[in-house]
Structure formats: structure tokens, C-alpha cells
Ligand binder design. Structure first.
Ligand SMILES: [Zn+2]
Length: 83
């Protein structure tokens, strides 16, 4: 868990590290690879990266480009949930 809040897994989103060590937001929660759970909001994602919790959970360093891409993916996922 890359967040201090305790919630049911179904309320969270999963960020997954695939075999190519590429991170993505796993909106269905079923992608293979090492994952970390976060609240489905931008603030939690940004804080998790800034504080290093997400990088620690996934055992890598999250660079700026990856951070921007994850934020985009999260926003896109939030968009699709509303429709
Ligand atoms: Zn959170």
C-alpha cells in the first residue's frame, strides 16, 4: 500500500510495474507484475511519488516523465468511470 489510508482494494487503483519495468495505471486491477495500490485521485498519486512511497512499493525510481504519464492515465481512467 503506497498510501496511509486504509480502504478496500476495490476502492483503490493499482499502479503496476510490468516485465519491461514500465509503470502503468492498472484500471482493472488484473495486470501481471508488481503492483502498488493508491486512492483513485491525483493528489494521492502525486503525494505517493513525492514522498517516495510509490517508488519504494514498486522498487524503482519514478522520474518526471513517468509521473506525468501516470497522472494522465489516472485522469483518463477517472473520465471513463464517469461515463
Ligand atoms: Zn491515498
Amino acid at each position: 500500500m503506497a498510501c496511509r489510508q486504509v480502504k478496500a482494494k476495490r476502492e483503490l487503483i493499482r499502479v503496476v510495474r510490468d516485465a519491461d519495468v514500465r509503470l502503468s495505471v492498472d484500471l482493472r486491477g488484473k495486470a501481471p507484475g508488481r503492483g502498488a495500490y493508491l486512492c483513485p485521485d491525483d493528489a494521492c498519486l502525486v503525494r505517493g511519488i513525492a514522498e517516495g512511497a510509490l517508488g519504494r512499493a514498486l522498487a524503482l525510481t519514478i522520474d518526471e516523465a513517468t509521473k506525468l504519464r501516470l497522472r494522465d492515465e489516472l485522469a483518463a481512467g477517472a473520465e471513463s468511470r464517469r461515463t
